[in-house]
Every structure is written in structure tokens, then in C-alpha cells.
Design a protein around this ligand. Structure first.
Ligand code: SAH
Length: 244
């Protein structure tokens, strides 16, 4: 038995058998191939601090898949954007589990973009588009601005900054979902002003259970009520330097 916060899957075997959404054999195989590529590329470029396979399945893959039921309880998205996707979390596991959704991965670091492109090709993910750029720029491009039903962002920034980087992508009536730790209340309170300025409304701070993980997590769910004023996001670097 591993120490710490892990629970093995008991009799259920493979950690993906504990997925919060059903996975076909093809999807299961795609996630296994993803794990292999992640570990290989991680020897050359820094993609993940976690390198133990069971821990990757739980903290990256199952963690990402946990968002899907929260999305489907609200809408049937056609387009989803993962802002600051890094090594593909949470966007790629979502794209694997939901091939009918178009998933755009936005990432500012070129070498991570190269990994994401190789990954999408190797896994045959025809619903995935990788975009190299900063949110502050991409969100002013008419091809991206308010063109998404859903934006997701994990470990991108504290909430006031994350909102400015993500909400401009979401159409009015759409949603932003941001996975956070056990107590996001201070961040949420600090984000009240940003929410109002950007056209968002806090819908829920949902407690989340990641399968096989004994850690308290939450999901901050924001509904976009009004269009975001064209002055947001501010130029690159400004949202993080001077949060709203
Ligand atoms: N979402 C991934 C990566 C988190 S690290 C995960 O949870 O594992 C944050 C990532 O966001 C980094 O890869 C960084 O390059 C990217 N990033 C930071 N600021 C950004 C911006 N303004 N626009 C686009 N990507 C950004």
C-alpha cells in the first residue's frame, strides 16, 4: 500500500476504472498512451512534478474528468477552452472523454505547445486544437472572444487574475469552471470586484471528490451574465501585476 492520501482501487484494479464518467476501451487506451508520452517528454521538458503513474492517473486524469458532470449538469457545450493548459490539464482528458466537444488548448509556453501538438496527433484527437499564445492577446481575437460555451483553467492564477484571463472567452450564458483547493473563500471574496467588472456571477463553490483521493477540493463555477467590456483583458502581464 502506498502511504499518504491514496486509496488503491480495491478490487476495481486500474485507477481509470474509478473514472467519474464511463470510458470506452479506446478512451482508456488513449489515456494510457497519454501517460506514456507525458513521462517520456517529461525527461526533456518540465511538464509535471508528479511522475508516479498511479498518482498521475488520480491527480491529473481523474481530477480532470471530475469536471465533466459539472459541465453537463449545466449545458451541452460545443466549444470549450482550457486556458494555460500546460501538459493538457484539464483539457486533454476532457477531450478524450468527450470527442463531440471541440476543445481548444491555449498555452503560452512554446515547448509545452509542442508537446500538446504531438499528443493530439499521436492520440488522434481530431476535436483538439492547440493554440500558442497568451490569454491577454487571444481573448481580443474575434475567433476566440466570447466564442466558448465553457472555459476551464487549473492552477493558472489566483481567481481575480484567472477571471480576467478566462471570462472574455466565454459567451454570455456560458460558464467558467476553476478547480481550487479546500477553501477558496478568501480568493472568491477577493474576486468580487473582478467578477462584476467582467460580467460574471458566482453560481456555486461546489465541493468536489476526486476518486481515489482523500483531499478536499472545490470547483468555483461562474456563469457569464453579461458581455465583458472590450478593455479586458488588459495587456500581457497586467492582469497578474495589478489584479482587478
Ligand atoms: N493547467 C495545467 C498547467 C498549470 S501551470 C495544470 O493544471 O497542470 C500554468 C500554465 O499556464 C503554464 O503552462 C503557463 O505557461 C500557462 N500560462 C500562464 N499564464 C498564461 C497566459 N497569460 N496565457 C496563456 N497561458 C498562460
Amino acid at each position: 500500500m502506498p502511504s499518504g492520501t491514496f486509496k488503491r482501487g480495491g478490487t476495481s484494479g486500474h485507477p481509470l476504472n474509478s473514472s467519474p464518467v464511463p470510458l470506452s476501451p479506446t478512451q482508456h487506451a488513449q489515456l494510457e498512451r497519454y501517460l506514456a508520452l507525458l513521462l517520456t517528454w517529461n525527461e526533456r521538458i518540465n511538464l509535471t512534478a508528479i511522475t508516479e503513474p498511479h498518482e498521475i492517473y488520480v491527480k491529473h486524469f481523474l481530477d480532470a474528468l471530475t469536471l465533466i458532470p459539472f459541465i453537463e449538469a449545466r449545458l451541452s457545450p460545443q466549444r470549450l477552452i482550457d486556458v494555460g493548459s500546460g501538459a493538457g490539464f484539464p483539457g486533454v482528458p476532457i477531450a478524450i472523454a468527450r470527442p463531440a466537444w471541440r476543445v481548444v488548448l491555449l498555452e503560452a509556453t512554446r515547448k509545452k505547445v509542442r508537446f500538446l501538438e504531438a499528443l493530439a496527433t499521436e492520440l488522434g484527437l481530431r476535436n483538439v486544437e492547440v493554440h500558442w499564445g497568451r490569454a491577454e492577446d487571444a481573448a481580443h481575437d474575434p475567433a476566440h472572444r466570447e466564442r466558448y460555451d465553457v472555459a476551464v483553467a487549473r492552477a493558472l492564477a489566483p481567481l481575480p487574475v484567472l477571471l480576467e484571463l478566462c471570462l472574455p472567452f466565454v459567451r454570455p450564458g456560458g460558464y467558467l469552471l476553476a478547480p481550487k483547493g479546500a477553501d477558496p473563500h478568501p480568493e472568491v471574496e477577493a474576486a468580487a470586484r473582478a467578477l462584476k467588472m467582467l460580467g460574471g456571477c458566482l453560481e456555486e463553490i461546489a465541493p468536489v471528490r476526486v476518486p481515489l483521493l482523500d483531499e478536499r477540493r472545490t470547483l468555483v463555477i461562474v456563469r457569464k451574465e453579461h458581455p465583458t467590456p472590450p478593455s479586458f483583458p488588459r495587456p500581457p502581464g497586467r492582469p497578474a501585476k495589478r489584479p482587478l
